[in-house]
Design a protein around this ligand. Structure first.
Ligand code: ADP
Ligand code: MG
Length: 694
């Protein structure tokens, strides 16, 4: 029997949220905190002290003994260092203390995180500062304080700081547009994000038997099983008991932490699942997604499962992504990507839409680069994932509206010669378009854009920083023009029409997986950066540097540091994978194939002595021997290649892509052929069938 859980009571019970603050803080302190949140002013030390005291008492009641400044270094995951609350009293006892200073600022040092050259060794210290817009929470016996992480001279060393900057920036520019449309109430425009998280679950014992899974998070070898996902019998299928008890446990843990876990279901590939939370502001969505990934892994272990967040754990079946649903809304609750009811509202919607289209087209490389890393390379451009080419799907209705603006032609209603923005109404766009194009990397789904290129393991900060920044840029340009316009309506009409006309090439409603689209996209001049090695040089183009610096999202040093870290991590990952392959080939696969060949030789010899036919043995022996030699030779070659990786980071990435990965593909081909030829009893680790159909 299921124990009854009271979800409303459970929800957020481990979070020091607004309700708890109101309850636990004096009205003066609560008011002072609220003012800081609303105005962005700095917290007074006395206020911080009072909050820290209340937080500590609350956390201790929840079983905490420690606190930690929780931050998001450029590795894409989170980091923490725990300090206990104990303070000696001088007579051999301790009391539990936590000061405002400790709450607001930390000095974790943390000099071993990649900094992309941002910290010289003589000032390697990193500092943390409380992000007051994200709530503290209790987990595993510690009070977690979400923080920004930065260097001695203030350079951002994390993913949160630039995200917060981009959230402010797009809000500022969006408000300029709203004011032009007569909105006087909106104080902030909020970036709304809902990130759907895909993942695989495998039995722990099988996982443990595969070095590739343990070390790299994906299978480097594995012949295709007789059954894959072609029957589509897993997608939305009944969830097996073991998995559903994992999911139940996971939901409870997430709810305790105030994470709005909403939807769970089986995904396309066998063993693949998805969790979607209800969207929140981008800052909290990003924090929550980090917690979701971490808790998924821990919770799986409790259920004797392993959660794989890699983008492509198995060749030949779907990979895992993270659909990043993004929109802008006013603090009064109006979605700025909702087509409105009046011509005026529609005009405003079209401004935001045109800004988005223009921005994505102009900065397609920037957006592409935010999802460029080794794991995602196996996914983007593969059959079931969006291509590496950026395009926008608008759906039939909205495409028709856009087209009529571009053409200046009749739209639906006869008798009208063109759609006059701000004067004519456009038909309402259905919120739930059922024929959604799943092959599009960036789809308009009623009142939001769904960016589908993000990989399952990555932080969503990068893509959202890019979306916010390119949007801020275009809104800024539009506002500059509209604010000085003498005839607002005419200027608006010209502006929207010009943006849509000049950037219509990025709109595409067809099959993004097809070969024809690749050719068509090339004709349209869209960029197609097929891999990380090809994409990353474009990240630090003058155009992108100018964009992020002008909007104060990154200074040039901070931006180049990200580039250096991405390049370096690509080289490291390819290297680790290559070395793991060599290891498995030499120590597991070749000995197994050899042992089986020996058994076949013995059998053939015995048969021959008896005068029995032994054609199958001889045939297998020949094939096995040939593949073993090929595998051995290719492995030796890869070992050589790994010693010759160029020192220059950009050249190293290109070399890894061209030389190392090509050898890895060849090694895999031979090894997978050997798996097909070798008796199951001899094969040294679980096969795809074992793993996917446990
Ligand atoms: P799907 O069919 O792709 O699963 P859903 O409607 O279930 O789409 O939504 C997926 C995600 O999008 C959820 O996290 C949801 O909360 C989020 N979402 C819905 N509306 C918005 C919005 N206006 N802005 C951002 N995210 C949104
Ligand atoms: Mg989706």
């Amino acid at each position: 029997m299921n124990a009854v859980i009271n979800v409303p009571e459970l929800f957020g019970s481990d979070v020091f949220n607004e309700a708890t603050m109101r309850q636990r803080l004096s009205p003066e302190v609560y008011g002072a905190w609220r003012t800081c949140i609303d105005t962005g002013a700095e917290l007074q030390l006395s206020t911080a002290n009072a909050i820290a005291e209340a937080m500590k008492d609350w956390a201790i009641e929840k079983g905490a003994t420690h606190y930690t400044h929780w931050f998001q270094p450029m590795t894409g995951i989170t980091a923490e260092k725990h300090d206990s609350f104990i303070t000696p009293t001088g007579d051999g006892r301790v009391i539990m203390e936590f000061s405002g200073k400790e709450l607001v600022r930390g000095e974790p040092d943390a000099s071993s995180f990649p900094s992309g050259g941002l910290r010289a060794t003589f000032e390697a210290r990193g500092y943390t500062a409380w992000d007051t817009r994200s709530c503290a929470f209790v987990k595993d016996g510690s009070l977690y304080i979400p923080t920004c992480f930065f260097s001695y001279n203030g350079d951002a060393l994390d993913k949160k700081t630039p995200l917060l900057r981009s959230i402010e920036e797009v809000s500022r520019e969006a408000i300029r547009i709203l004011r032009l449309f007569g909105d006087k109430e909106t104080q902030r425009v909020i970036t709304c994000v809902g990130a759907e998280q895909e993942y695989f679950l495998l039995p722990k014992d099988l996982y443990a038997q595969r070095e590739d899974l343990r070390i790299t998070g994906r299978t480097l070898f594995g012949a295709q099983p007789s059954k894959g996902q072609e029957l589509d019998d897993h997608y939305f299928g009944t969830i097996r008991t073991r998995v559903s008890s994992f999911m139940k446990d996971l939901d409870e843990q997430l709810w305790r932490l105030g994470i709005l876990s909403k939807t769970k279901h089986n995904e396309g590939a066998p063993c693949q699942h998805e969790l979607a939370p209800i969207y929140t502001d981008a800052n909290n969505a990003c924090d929550s997604n980090q917690l979701i990934m971490e808790i998924m892994k821990k919770c799986a272990a409790k259920h004797n499962l392993v959660c794989l967040l890699h983008e492509k754990p198995f060749a030949g079946v779907n990979g895992s992504g993270k659909h990043n649903n993004w929109s802008l809304a006013t603090d009064t609750g109006r979605n700025l990507f909702s087509p409105g009811k009046t011509p005026r509202q529609n005009a405003q919607f079209l401004v935001f839409l045109a800004a988005f289209i223009q921005g994505v087209d102009e900065y397609q490389d920037f957006l592409r680069c935010t999802v460029a890393y080794a794991g995602n390379d196996h996914r983007l451009g593969a059959h079931e994932a969006p291509p590496a080419i950026i395009s926008i799907f608008l759906g039939d209705e909205l495409s028709a509206v856009v087209q009529s603006i571009i053409d200046g032609t009749n739209y639906h209603e006869p008798g009208k010669s063109l759609l006059r923005i701000g004067v004519d109404g456009i038909p309402s766009i259905p919120q739930d378009t059922t024929d959604r194009n799943r092959t599009s990397p960036l789809a308009f789904t009623g009142n939001k854009f769904e960016f589908r290129m993000a990989g399952s393991s990555q932080s969503i900060a990068g893509p959202n920083i890019a979306l916010n920044t390119i949007m801020a840029e275009q809104l800024c340009r539009f506002a500059d023009e509209l604010e000085k316009a003498e005839d607002f309506d005419a200027t608006l009409q010209t502006l929207v029409c010009k943006a849509l006309t000049e950037h219509q090439r990025v709109i595409f409603g067809g099959n993004g997986y097809s070969e024809e689209w690749k050719q068509e996209a090339a004709r349209r001049g869209l960029s197609n950066l097929a891999s990380t090695a090809e994409a990353l040089p474009a990240y630090v183009s003058d155009k992108n540097i100018d964009l992020v610096v002008r909007h104060g999202i990154f200074n040039e040093t901070e931006f180049r540091a990200r580039h250096a870290i991405h390049l370096e991590s690509y080289r490291k990952i390819v290297n680790i994978e290559a070395r793991t392959m060599v290891d498995m080939a030499i120590h597991q696969i070749l000995p197994a194939a050899s042992a089986y060949t020996k058994a076949l030789c013995d059998a053939a010899a015995a048969k021959r002595e008896m005068g029995a036919p032994c054609r199958s043995e001889l045939d297998l022996i020949a094939k096995l021997s040939q593949q073993q030699d090929a595998l051995y030779q290719r492995t030796e070659q890869l070992k050589q290649e790994l010693t010759a990786i160029p020192a220059d980071p950009t050249e190293a990435a290109a070399y890894c892509r061209k030389v190392v990965i090509a050898s890895m593909d060849a090694i895999r081909a031979s090894a997978d052929r050997l798996e097909e030829l070798t008796a199951k009893a001899y094969w040294p680790f679980p096969t795809y069938s074992d793993l996917l159909f446990y």
